[in-house]
Design a protein around this ligand. Structure first.
Ligand code: SF4
Length: 495
């Protein structure tokens, strides 16, 4: 068992029905398409990215002279009505769906953020998390700049809109050189659409064509929704500007660190129909299931997945093991990705509404149940209990990832070290905690093999504690120092 400052068992966690899941940070979308109804297209793009954040949504458009912005709390379809789209004129637009990681779940933190500064007017949508935002904010406040929200995204927006650097390109380069952390950005000025991806390429961002226009989005599923054609990913550290002169790419070569794409995009966050790094996510998840079956075989009668993110992996497990696949749990798809708001009371009520077991598929059977991850270890016991109550004779839990031992600083609302069950218990202790007959985690080697990509190109920090850039040692919400020092790996000499 790994060491901890306070035994995990002594923590006052909600009994068995906390939301133990991972949460995504945001979805971003942008479009430059003269002659098209860009606000409507952005609405449908955001609709496809709803799984990346359900707290708030927003669209900003430019009519060529000034920006128009609408934001609201809730799902995309709740925030926008037909009439709203009529108040968003123009030929360029950006949009955003939000799950809060920095800043609370409040309307003032909804995006796109809209700012006016000495360098002009702009709107900005951000997916990710900066690790040096506080430091930059303090410096800017000391220079007399005021902030209206508590988000790190406003720090970027203010840097761009108040910078004294000459051209727009200069200001963007300055931002990429200065800010540290994870960011996929869409930025709207009165005359241009801008997309920026951090030098690690930590969060996804892709580029597509729609007629003679251009689209950028967190995932390709948003392009498919519009009938847009996928062109390529925005490269790590790349700045793309689209305006009336066409599209131009501005690399910031001196700022390149190693690629560190978040592997949880492939395990859980991205929609299975999206293409990430030129590969469809669904077959990658099936391969995770096949690797799991090889690493953790068991005699059983049926394989089920915890819907929806583990379904493909469960099918992969079933095919590799020869054990039939069936649906044993039905998810209520109308409660949102996990819950609409990350509030503890809502979470406790919400998990009860989330899954319903199908007794006929489970009764008297030895069940393999595949899930994507165990984070706090509070949802999984509930799932195991549901299956046993529905008559499962044995429950064998299989997880598509190694144990999560370290928190995420890059925009995934995971948990503090103290809350992570894998930081405090070994696999056997977790098995007892969740009440399963057996528990098997996919190894790092098996996980990487399933992706078919190079291990060095991923961020794996929540399994290893090896962060791809330095992160500030900070206090968690209990005032305890995080139990593992962040480490510096593979940094370029320019840092
Ligand atoms: Fe993704 Fe984990 Fe890295 Fe966060 S720490 S970016 S969740 S791999």
């Amino acid at each position: 068992m790994q060491s901890s400052l306070i035994p995990f068992d002594s923590l006052a966690l909600a009994p068995a029905v906390d939301d133990g899941a991972l949460h995504e940070a945001c979805g971003v979308f942008g479009i430059y398409a003269p002659g098209e109804e860009v606000a409507r297209l952005t609405f449908y793009g955001l609709y496809a990215l709803q799984h990346r954040g359900q707290e708030s949504a927003g669209i900003a458009t430019s009519d060529g002279l000034m920006l128009h912005v609408r934001t609201g709390m809730g799902l995309v379809a709740q925030v926008f009505e037909e009439d709203d789209l009529h108040h968003l004129p123009g030929q360029i637009a950006i949009g955003h769906t939000r799950y809060s990681t920095t800043g609370g779940s409040r309307i003032c933190n909804a995006q796109p953020i809209h700012v006016h500064g000495s360098a002009g007017e702009l709107a900005l949508g951000h997916n990710g998390n900066l690790v040096n935002a506080e430091q930059i904010r303090l410096e800017m406040e000391a220079q007399g700049h005021e902030f209206e929200t508590s988000t790190d995204s406003e720090v970027i927006a203010k840097m761009l809109s108040t910078s004294s650097a000459g051209t727009l390109e200069d200001r963007l380069r300055e931002v990429v050189r200065r800010v540290e952390g994870a960011y996929s950005l869409v930025i709207l000025t009165p005359t241009s659409l801008i997309a920026v991806r951090d030098p690690m390429g930590n969060r996804p961002l892709c580029l597509g064509r729609i007629g003679e226009g251009w689209v950028v989005a967190s995932e390709t599923c948003a392009l498919d929704n519009l009938g847009a054609r996928y062109v390529r990913e925005v490269d790590p550290g790349e700045i793309i500007i689209v305006d009336r002169n066409g599209l131009r790419s501005i690399p910031v070569p001196e700022r390149h660190v190693r690629d560190a794409f978040c592997i949880f995009e492939l395990i859980y966050f991205a929609r299975p129909d999206s293409i990430i790094r030129d590969k469809r996510v669904y077959p990658i998840r099936m391969a995770m299931g096949r690797e799991l079956a090889r690493e953790h075989p068991v005699d059983a009668d049926v394989v089920i997945g915890v819907p929806d993110s583990a379904t493909a992996a469960a099918i992969g497990y079933a095919r590799a093991s020869g054990i039939p696949y069936d649906e044993g749990l039905i998810k209520n798809r109308y409660v949102g990705r996990t819950f609409i708001a990350p509030d503890q009371r809502i979470r406790e009520a919400g998990v009860q509404l989330k899954f319903n077991p199908i007794r006929e598929m489970l009764e008297g059977k030895r069940v393999v149940v595949v899930d994507d991850s165990i984070v706090r270890g509070t949802t999984t016991p509930h799932v195991v209990k549901l299956l046993r109550e529905a008559g499962a004779r044995e429950v064998h839990m299989r997880i598509c990832a190694p144990q999560i031992t370290d928190p995420c600083y890059f925009g995934v609302d995971m948990a503090t070290t103290r809350e992570l069950i894998g930081a405090h218990m070994d696999v056997e202790a977790v098995r007892r905690h969740i009440g399963a007959d057996s528990l098997g985690h996919l190894s790092m080697e098996g996980l990487i093999r399933a992706t078919g990509m190079a291990a060095e190109s991923f961020c794996l920090a929540c399994f290893t504690g090896d962060y791809p850039i330095p992160v500030q040692l900070s206090l968690d919400k209990f005032g305890l120092e995080r139990t593992r020092e962040p480490q510096l790996v593979a940094l370029s000499a320019s840092l």
